[in-house]
Design a protein around this ligand. Structure first.
Ligand code: F3S
Length: 110
């Protein structure tokens, strides 16, 4: 499956959800996660993400390896709360400002 990594934090452009043929994205306040049991490895989301946040699980950069498990955990949490996202919406207000800056993992849930 594909994995959303750190660059999504504080941006959440949501172009990815629009192209996902199986609606595998789940939304939290500052981040999206892909449910690994729903992703069909089609690759459609990778080229449309403005922050280049999405990687196949076997190509996730070393420093973001823990995002593999976090995508599962967060997608399950957010799925249980009904937070499936299938349509593009406005990015977070400061998305452009954060686009090329390092993000903080603690912002995922704030
Ligand atoms: Fe995030 Fe990129 Fe999607 S910034 S919401 S993974 S298009």
């Amino acid at each position: 499956p594909y994995v959303v990594c750190e660059p999504c934090i504080n941006c959440k452009y949501t172009d990815c959800v629009e192209v996902c043929p199986v609606d595998a994205f789940y939304e939290g306040p500052n981040f999206l996660a892909i449910h690994p049991d729903e992703c069909i490895d089609c690759n459609a989301c990778v080229p449309v993400c403005p922050t280049e946040a999405i990687y196949p699980d076997d190509e996730v950069p070393e420093e973001w390896q823990h995002y593999i498990e976090w995508n599962r955990y967060l997608a399950e949490q957010w799925k249980a709360q009904g937070f499936n996202i299938t349509q593009k919406k406005e990015p977070l207000p400061e998305a452009e400002e954060w686009r090329n800056r390092p993000k903080s993992e603690k912002d995922i849930l704030t």
